[in-house]
Design a protein around this ligand. Sequence first.
Ligand SMILES: NCc1[nH]cc(CCC(=O)O)c1CC(=O)O
Length: 342
Amino acid sequence: MSTPDDAPGINIGTRRSALALRQTELVIGALRAAHPHATFHVRAMATMGDRDTTTPLPALGKGLWTTELEAQLAAREVDLIVHSLKDMPTALPAGCILGCVTAREDPRDVLVLNDKHAAEGRYKTLGDLPEGAVVGTSSVRRAAQLRRRYPGLVFKDVRGNIETRLRKCDEEGYDAIILAAAGLLRMGYGARIAQYLDSSTTGGGLLHAVGQGALGLEVREDDERMKSMLKALEDAPTMTACFAERSVMRTLEGGCSVPIGVETEWVEEDKKKKLRLRAVVVSLDGKQAVEGERTREVNSLDEAEAMGKELAVELSGMGAQQILDHINKGRESGAALKVGDA
Ligand SMILES: NCc1[nH]cc(CCC(=O)O)c1CC(=O)O
């Protein structure tokens, strides 16, 4: 009788960036440990987001990191895609599913200082930066939340993979940039982290992107062999929390380019383990914000999705929908796509 491990080699699709390849290596390491007789082949490719390195991210729309890979999955050219979960749209093509979410790296955003500032030691946190300081980010979520808290700072687009952004930070007139901790830590750049940012940051917090720091493994819905192989890699607390986060985004029809921030945490309350979910929707100028939070027991992915949906509906009623409608209207007329040039 043949076991799944005797079957032909498994083709794994990934983007070609150094971070994507590193993440794929981590997944293959875990797959090998769980399935020592299987063989794995990496099929790296460029997506639209990799090829177009100048258009501001929000203008490239949904699926810019995933569409080409999913076409390969559907065509059976690959059997598994390793994604940064935050780059995965909340609606997947028919026949494709999010089969597994692995243990999360630190989900927070962080401040990275220009290397001269770091060497000088005058500034340590966002709050230390002087009026007019230039902060790089191509994320409207980051810029909108930080504009609200730090109105004196100037936000400017910065595109490229992690190495490129670090270089631009040091050489192209930025005082600092904002990045995900996860990418820096996975690539060995942890020493560049000046400050971790989250809801409790003194002087003003920042809620991270949906799914940030987690890896999403996408497979064909009918591929029972891959689905069962991935069970060994699944981290249930991360997967459940991420399903709640993705449900907030899906309900608000946000996509990756709107200013929705979230934070999830497993807490103990009345001797019960509960999921705490926070979410915020901010206008692009940072002047309006709607936020909310829920804490409850969650025992399944369906319950996690229900919790996320309920919070999103509440935020919607509190004005989040107006904020998002306004942003989408601006998009149609071609405006409001950039974080800022200045
Ligand atoms: N497309 C950007 C992207 N996608 C995933 C990560 C970092 C890793 C993660 O958040 O899981 C990054 C870089 C960043 O935002 O700094």
